[in-house]
Design a protein around this ligand. Structure first.
Ligand SMILES: Cc1cc2nc3c(=O)[nH]c(=O)nc-3n(C[C@H](O)[C@H](O)[C@H](O)COP(=O)(O)O)c2cc1C
Length: 386
């Protein structure tokens, strides 16, 4: 299978599976426990039908949106994700170059493998920094100051990961950083020599966001230890409020699922929230982001920008989320499989396909701009209006 045979999420996933060692593929593809939330994230979109309007004179379609004060050419963005240079040797660099071409935004993860300074220097898109909250408050302050200095425009604090999710696929293969592979996992790496060749002939693996502050690179701290020992499960709303104050610029909470929490995010001065369950990788059984979106938009959508991610594979999924009131929609595995499949060219193809699908769907729905999308054109099979 080749890149020019990839026409949708499933094709990119298949090609990534072909290229990546099994433990890495399963790290991306997997989720927590029975993976019910992961499956429901996408299935939820299928319980919502579109009712198109015709003869609306849609010659041109404007996909641009303004979110968190930033103008984006398309209403979808690449969510922050960890360890990208394991998926392709170019990692975040490849994603950033593709993102730049489509005029959207991208967030580097705390567990990213390319430094936020480098991305900020080389790109003009709105720079997002995904942050995990550490027990050491001094460390949090230092990391925020570093991000500010580098030109990060949006701070995104992930609040659904105060402890690591129970990802059984990773337990089975032994996937962790540093790798502690099981025999089966080692065999799966041995079956992908091309990946190994590319990986070992490029710059060594690093986690630049953390290495200045924590000794991770040489195996002193594993990612598991990082979550268990360094992140602060006792984090409270008061801590988040302090961070918002300290950052003193656009601040977003990622991983909000309840109306009450959305209201609190407004109260502490956030500019936005991401309705997200971390792609089903944390609390299995959590409601899907799309199922939960409408009630959050109804509660706070006029006070704060509501974004969402989880299970988005199609332009029509983006269209449905925007119709419910999301300001922008994040994709995770959709671009990660494309990255694993073919680096920058893969991500570019995936983003182009998403844009083309959305443009076509807007036309078929009779909508010229994102502002014209509304719940009037949605019907939910359960009988609710979302
Ligand atoms: C391999 C992988 C790594 C991720 N790493 C992070 C991370 O470091 N920080 C974070 O806030 N979210 C992380 N996420 C969650 C994504 O930002 C996003 O919420 C999720 O992927 C959306 O679901 P989707 O993959 O179905 O699109 C990760 C997701 C995946 C698949």
């Amino acid at each position: 299978m080749r890149l020019n045979q990839c026409f949708n999420f499933h094709d990119f996933r298949r090609l990534a599976k072909q290229r990546l060692p099994g433990p890495i593929f399963n790290y991306i593809d997997g989720a927590a426990e029975d993976e019910t939330t992961y499956r429901r994230n996408t299935a939820a979109f299928e319980d919502c039908d579109l009712v198109p309007s015709v003869l609306a004179g849609v010659a041109d379609v404007d996909l641009s949106v303004t979110v968190l004060g930033e103008k984006l050419a398309v209403p979808f963005y690449c969510s922050p994700t960890a360890l990208q240079r394991l998926f392709h040797y170019d990692g975040e660099r490849a994603v950033a170059r593709a993102v730049e071409k489509f005029g959207t935004m991208f967030g580097v993860s705390s567990l990213g493998t390319v430094g936020l300074e480098e991305l900020a220097k080389n790109h003009t898109f709105p720079q997002v920094y995904q942050f995990y909250f550490h027990k050491d408050r001094g460390l949090n302050s230092a990391m925020m100051a570093r991000a500010k200095g580098a030109g990060v425009r949006i701070m995104m604090l992930t609040v659904d990961s105060i402890t690591g999710g129970n990802r059984e696929r990773d337990l089975r293969t032994g996937f962790s950083i540093p790798l502690k592979l099981t025999l089966g996992g080692i065999m799966q790496f041995a079956m992908k020599p091309r990946w190994a060749l590319e990986y070992f002939t490029h710059e060594g693996f690093r986690m630049p966001q953390l290495e200045e502050h924590i000794d991770m690179g040489r195996g002193a701290t594993s990612i598991g230890d990082y979550f268990t020992n360094m992140l602060d499960p006792s984090m409270t709303w008061a801590d988040a409020a302090d961070m918002v104050k300290q950052w003193d610029a656009k601040f977003v909470l990622k991983g909000i699922m309840s109306v009450e929490d959305a209201k609190r995010a407004v109260d502490i001065g956030c500019a936005g929230i991401v309705v997200s369950n971390h792609g089903g990788r944390q609390l299995d059984g959590s409601r899907s982001s799309f199922d939960q979106l409408a009630e959050i938009v109804d509660a706070v959508g006029d006070k704060i920008d509501v974004l969402m991610d989880g299970g988005v594979h199609r332009g029509s999924h983006v269209l449905k989320a925007l119709s419910l009131g999301a300001k922008a929609v994040g994709v995770g595995r959709y671009y990660l499989f494309a990255l694993g499949a073919a680096g920058e060219a893969g991500v570019e193809r995936a983003l182009r396909q998403m844009r083309t699908e959305l443009e076509r769907d807007m036309r078929l729905m009779g909508c010229k701009s994102v502002a014209q999308l509304s719940r009037r054109n949605l019907r939910f099979r359960s009988g609710t209006t979302g």
